[in-house]
Design a protein around this ligand. Structure first.
Ligand code: NAD
Length: 320
């Protein structure tokens, strides 16, 4: 990462972070970046394949060793985030060693491309387990500590996959669910100084370059001479992660894209809509008005969305 440009460097001195899936790819880049700025880090990674097969304690141990070799503080943990006990062990490692946990980065993930009709429910469950239940388990284990401190920064990992894709049914479903999980946690965290946001990263990790993944997704194989492009590396997403993990984080419940040299916001909005008792024929006739995206509402939570909806209805009825 380049040196700080316009502002004082964001520091994490005294902060303790856990990064799931921190042994490779984006998680490794996040763990190194947090540690380089003073955080003590539990690097968790189960060490399986992209498709979620097997285990290997090596990747987490290697990243923790890399941090220590650079003068930082880190511990390795090879638990499976899908297991409640495993998730608890990740948080316990931080609390036992350093007495607290401030930052939870839920990054562990798998990706098995699959489309109907071949795709089975077991495949869907596996993705929901790792991405959604895993993030839930680790955050839940940390939550009492965050509430007690009156402080926490939690990041969940979504993806451009949340927009849905024919060959990504399970992955897309899990990544969409991560957004609603994170927004619910953000709502719960507001009263406790806990901010929860989602990152939608992009980087040329094995999740994109793995030949078996490309074949199953219908993507062309990479040329044999394909060389990693530093401009597409995982460290290009880390600046956004650091902002979301920092005490100065300006948002909660938001989804931010980061990587490949681009930073952006993704948001859910509802159109102003039409307030009327419509028959099906009227709904079809007024379709353009119903879907008109000008003057949308961008709710922060379900209760905010309900309030906004009631206000729109009341305003329209008062005008009529
Ligand atoms: P990666 O495969 O390099 O890293 C994911 C890591 O998670 C692996 O080291 C793996 O061992 C670990 N992991 C998997 N299941 C686990 C479990 N149950 N418990 C603990 N660790 C587990 O992939 P990546 O590209 O670095 O992906 C990181 C995250 O970013 C994932 O959530 C992924 O879905 C998301 N993402 C990546 C991209 C991209 O362009 N690479 C795009 C959008 C979202």
């Amino acid at each position: 990462m380049s040196a700080p440009s316009s502002e004082e460097q964001l520091r994490f001195d005294g902060r303790v972070a856990v990064v799931t899936g921190g042994g490779r790819g984006l998680g490794r880049a996040y763990a190194l970046a947090l540690a380089a700025r003073g955080a003590r880090v539990v690097v968790n990674d189960l060490g399986g394949s992209l498709f979620g097969e097997g285990t290997d304690a090596g990747p987490a141990a290697a990243v923790a060793a890399e941090i220590r070799a650079a003068g930082g503080e880190a511990l390795a943990n090879d638990a499976d985030v899908v297991s409640e006990d495993g998730a608890a062990s990740i948080v316990a490692a931080a609390v036992d060693a350093w007495g607290r946990v401030d930052v939870v980065v839920n990054n562990a993930g798998i990706l098995v491309p699959g489309a109907l009709p071949g795709l089975g429910a077991a495949d869907l469950r596996r993705h929901l387990d790792v991405h959604v239940v895993g993030a839930f388990n680790v955050t839940r284990a940390a939550w009492p500590h965050l509430v007690e401190q009156g402080y926490g920064r939690v990041v969940l990992t979504t993806s451009v996959g949340m927009f849905g894709g024919e060959h990504l049914v399970s992955y897309a479903t899990a990544k969409g669910a991560c957004v609603s999980l994170g927004r619910s946690l953000a709502d719960a965290g507001r009263a406790h100084g806990i901010r929860v946001n989602m990152i939608a990263p992009a980087a040329d990790t094995r999740m994109v370059t793995d030949p078996a993944f490309r074949e199953r997704s219908g993507l062309p194989p990479l040329a044999p001479e394909h060389a990693p492009d530093p401009a597409r590396g995982p460290d290009r997403a880390a600046p956004m992660l650091l902002v979301l993990a920092h005490e100065s984080c300006p948002a909660t419940g938001e989804v931010l894209s980061a990587g490949l040299g681009r930073f952006a916001r993704v948001f859910w909005a509802e159109t102003a809509g039409v307030v009327a008792d419509l028959q099906p024929e009227d709904v079809r006739a007024r379709w353009a008005e119903i879907v008109d995206p000008s003057s949308p509402v961008v709710p922060t939570s379900t209760s905010d969305a309900v309030r906004a909806r009631e206000a729109r209805i009341a305003a329209a009825r008062a005008e009529a």
